[in-house]
Design a protein. Sequence first.
Length: 604
Amino acid sequence: MTEEQTYSSETGIQSILSNLYARLTCWQDFNQDSESYDMCRWDEALNNSQYWSFATNPGTNYRVLYDYGFIRELNIHLRNLETISKGSINEDNRRYYVAEARWLRAYTYFKMVESLGGVPLVTDVTEYTEDPTKLAVPRDKESAVYDFIISEMDAIKSEMGNSTVRTRATKAAALALKCRAALYAGTLAYNHDKSEYLNLNLPSGATGIDKSLAQDYLQACLSAAREIEQLGSYELYKKNSNLSDNYADLFVSAYSSNPEWIFCKAYDGVNVSNYFTARAIPRSVSASDLNKTTCQINPVLNLVNCYERLSTKSVEDIDAYVGEEQLEDMTITSSSMQYNLYDNPEDIFADRDPRLAGTILTPGSKFRGQALDLQAGLAVSTATGYDFKSVTKKTELANANTYEGQKMTGADGPMREDQSNVYISHTGFLLRKYVDPTTGSELNGESSVSYVVFRLGEVLLNAAEAAFYLGDKETALSYINQVRERAGGADFKLTASELTLDRIMNERRVELAFEDHRWIDMKRWRIADEYWKDDINSPTASVYVLWPYKIYNPGGADDGKWIFRKMRAMHRVNDGTIAFDRSMYYSAYPQTEGNPNTEKNPNQ
């Protein structure tokens, strides 16, 4: 079809839109090709390939989005809507299509600026000339790109109507994009001095935002959140009285009737396949080939420790040892350490924020009504402590998996030593969030669980953080407590004296876990290089696992009880740490297109 034919009918326009929406960048995806999920790279989870092979930091080429081919197609789409479509289709619908296209373009610029800093803002269709240097435009300031996104959302929101469809741009989606972009820009301005210390502010303004701009950005974030509230069409998901199940249901319920979701990438398991459940589901539950999928998302102890105690509202490490916390060597097969004893493996996770059980499958959890088997081994009682008995190869799970008639290692792992041990848990934990509870949905990509891009819970936390920076603790409390009350009940709300920036950061970490916020949050707070420094002695840069062992002591008082061993994950940078350096705050700016007006990003 010619452009004239395509843009003279709404059917033609919508066929173009299908293509454009499908090409939006979501770094975490549920399709078949996404074997190394980005949610597994840092301190939320590991997966099989990254446990064994991700032994260095990803460097400055990580998450580079620089797609001016897509920007050009969006600009052509807009030009045709303003020319060919004008007078050819319903005018109200045409104005919406224009607003929708501007949202798609602004979203794409947002994904570029959060990765690269300032990029050229190209909003017209450029054509080749005999002197192509005329097209060699310089990078715009980082602040200018954020200004463009915010102003575009303000300009188009009135053209979006009141639709609550979750799979296309709406007024709420425009406000949610504005809310997030304004918070990011406001945080960069607020942390300008940190950026200066880290040598992240280029003199041109291509990276770094002046501190004087912080207040306006943060107010814009708050304004967008309030407008979403005033729409009256969105509310926190509260359909299940069990708080853990309610939180889990939020991410697997049908998007069309989910009151919290604003914009998502939809999968139906038929026309658009979803392979995420096949990769994340526990091995013991899956109906698929046990040796080719399963258990690929392994949450780490670092994240588990961040879920507060309900009774104290405090962040406390999982209590595995008598006295002070210990750290064991994974290669040691005997120990004289003093362990806390638990009657059941789930007891160690009692009194925790219900979102833990709604997000992560821990030892003792059930999924699809079936108890998981995350036993790492037997702790055979000795005169001085315990000898640890377990299998070391996955192939031994079906046989040679007993000690004096007692099973050693569970079907879901964990285990160590052999690099063929893939598709089991390496950390002692598995993922519940986004994993489809429908029997058989792991087969052939048949899951219909969708991926959320914007939801009200994030908007409320964005507003809480912005208000806190602005010194408005009352407003910050109001927003964060809406999320916390839904998570843990009325007693889980914070008081004014309990509200700190660290609490806000931790709240984002647990509420938004595995939703692709952690990486950019750590960068915009300007703490990633210190938190994830390549230092084996750093408790925040090391990756930890927690393995459960069943005690075998026939006739002893501790027989059949459970202990847990905290260990450092092996086969990472420096054999157990995460590595982030100052050069990674911005991805490497492309230098291959012959444009003499671009400049490298800081520290590169």
